[in-house]
Design a protein around this ligand. Structure first.
Ligand code: DCP
Ligand code: MG
Length: 561
């Protein structure tokens, strides 16, 4: 079976539409189709989401991000138009050589399985309360849901969507409060099964793992498809939960495969070069872990790249437009090449710390927060014996605009004093400003030279594209040059570890998986969005009473011109 392109509401072609259907222009993460959502009335979902989000700061921020993306697309288009045939001809030899090197690294001797539990949190809740089995149900709260069962997905309800919107889409929706102890317990049960098939399996989030089943197939003399059947049966017997599995020659493909016959299904991609090339020719780029909304739109809107194999067809243009490391990533995706060796101990590229707080423009409070952040970051760096040369300050304004400012120094730093003084300098340049989040990150460690990446280390990085799509997007705020080498380095690593120091919402204390840093952010954003929505209605009343309008504080925070 060929991979299916899952439509999502609000695709790029619809963005320009707008007109009498303004919801066509509104594209947010919770409009993306997940497994079990193919029959959804997308138009209706998009309209409800639009109507219910309209006017909130979250909505304004989404619109601002869309406008920035449009600008970026335009700029990218201009860059593409400027590439001369001479320049393309110059890149030809290097690109063709790189393709040969990548081909030479292709390993078809390994068999990888990616296992992903079906509607995990919701399924656990159902095992413990069978009366939920035939009802549409989601785990989460009014501000944010973590996942929905397949019954609820028919209504367009999905992870990362605020509960109040989900209830509007599906009025009979049962909302269950998350219980992470329970999910961790069930996750451990699944891992007991995984261990029997590969004692060194790679666990990702609570409900996901990669298993190298090469040895298992050999010693038991059974085909990969049969191993997948057997493992899924064992998982079910142990937990009463279903899972889906994907089998392929590398982890990148195995992950794509596990989603094809979800829920309670499996898909095996033969370890044959031709079969793999045929598979990628029908595989939409967005299905690949590591290609998120921004990357998809740039590739689609500017270069008309839709399927993974189009990346190879456009290889010279890609090489002329993107950094070496991004080009390598796109080429390997186009060839269906990913990591097939077990990952080694990963080398850290950066270390960071961030905090969300109630919006404030008080420079003393902001300075104090930076002092605290610098102190704990310095402690962590000293513990891990790290010293770096670049300090990045991350800021999120009260209007949800994310900015990053970086400075590199000649010597290596790790003390609180040094981190704090650089961070304060960067902050001062932004004042006056009203912020809701501050973060500090130190990178460019000793012995860390990004230009010296071998194919092997590069493959190690992309393999573990365990980074969720939105994490990637998360890194590309408007101040960050698109897909620079440094970005890719960071994005390919575990962003969750880098930006998420704890995994509880700082506002309601609810636990959020640290595998999903952007989810936590969105969850917190929605607290604000809700508060602001309520505040907005109060303000509107006030305004109409007094007939005056006031501009929000910090007009400097608006979208860059
Ligand atoms: N999760 C979350 N926030 C998200 C996505 C997921 O908290 N944005 C949590 C809840 C999920 C679990 O992680 O149950 C696993 O994530 P999946 O993406 O695998 O989603 P599900 O297992 O729920 O559904 P599927 O059947 O599509 O795998
Ligand atoms: Mg799952």
């Amino acid at each position: 079976m060929a991979p299916q392109a899952q439509d999502r509401a609000g695709g790029s072609s619809e963005v320009a539409a707008g007109g009498d259907k303004p919801w066509h222009c509104y594209d947010t993460v919770f409009l993306n189709a997940k497994a079990g959502m193919s029959g959804v009335d997308k138009e209706k979902v998009q309209k409800v989401v639009y109507e219910m989000s309209k006017g909130s700061r979250y909505f304004e921020n989404e619109q601002r991000k869309e406008a920035i993306l449009q600008q970026r697309i335009e700029k990218f288009r201009e860059q593409a138009a400027k590439i001369s045939t001479t320049k393309l001809a110059e890149t030809k030899a290097a690109v063709d050589r790189r393709i040969l090197e990548l081909e030479a690294s292709r390993n078809l001797d390994k068999t990888w399985m990616h296992v992903d539990m079906d509607a995990f949190y919701a399924a656990v809740e159902t095992v413990e309360d069978v009366s939920l089995s035939c009802k549409p149900m989601a785990v989460g709260g009014m501000s944010m849901i973590c996942t929905a069962n397949y019954e609820a997905r028919k209504f367009g309800v999905r992870a990362a969507m605020p509960g109040f919107i989900a209830c509007k889409l599906c009025p009979d929706l049962v909302l269950i409060k998350p219980n992470f102890e329970k999910y961790t317990h069930y996750s451990e049960l699944t891992r007991q099964v995984f261990r029997l098939y590969d004692k060194n399996f790679i666990a990702r989030s609570l409900d996901e793992a990669y298993l190298d089943i090469t040895e298992f197939c050999r010693t038991e003399s059974i085909a990969p498809a049969e191993v997948a059947e057997r493992l899924r049966k064992d998982v079910f017997e142990k937990t009463k939960l279903t899972c889906s599995a994907g089998v392929a020659a590398n982890r990148l493909l195995a992950k794509v495969c596990s989603d094809i016959n979800k829920p309670n299904g499996q898909f095996v991609l033969e370890s044959d070069r031709e079969k793999i090339m045929e598979f990628v020719s029908k595989l939409p780029i967005r299905k690949v872990s590591g290609i998120g909304k921004v990357t998809e739109r740039l590739l689609k809107d500017v270069l008309s790249i839709n399927m993974c194999s189009d990346l190879i067809e456009n290889r010279y243009l890609i090489s002329a437009l993107f950094s070496t490391i991004s080009t390598d990533f796109f080429l390997s995706v186009g060839l269906g090449i990913g990591a097939s060796e077990a990952p080694h101990e990963e080398q850290r590229k950066s270390i960071s710390n961030e905090r969300t707080f109630s919006p404030t423009s008080d420079a003393n409070i902001l300075g104090k927060i930076l002092g605290d952040l610098a102190e704990s970051l310095s402690e962590d760096m000293i513990k891990e014996n790290l010293q770096g040369r670049t300090l990045t300050l991350k800021l999120k304004t009260s209007t949800f605009e994310v900015r990053s400012r970086a400075v590199s120094v000649q010597h290596f730093i790790s003390s609180k004093k040094e981190i704090e003084s650089l961070a304060i300098k960067l902050l001062k340049a932004e004042l006056p400003i009203s912020l809701r989040l501050l973060g500090v990150r130190v990178s460019q460690f000793k012995e860390d030279d990004p230009s010296q990446k071998s194919i092997a280390s590069f493959l190690k990085d992309i393999s573990d594209a365990a980074v969720k799509d939105d994490d990637l997007e998360h890194d590309y705020d408007e101040q960050t040059p698109y897909l620079s080498d440094t970005d890719r380095d960071t994005s390919c690593k575990h962003t969750a570890d880098q930006w998420t120091q704890d995994d509880r919402c700082s506002l309601c204390g609810e636990r959020i998986s640290s595998e999903y840093p952007t989810l936590r952010q969105e969850h917190e954003d929605f607290h604000f969005a809700l508060k602001i929505q309520q505040q907005d209605s109060v303000n509107q009343l006030e305004v109409s009473k007094r007939s005056i309008g006031k501009r929000p504080a910090g007009s400097k925070n608006g979208p860059p011109g």
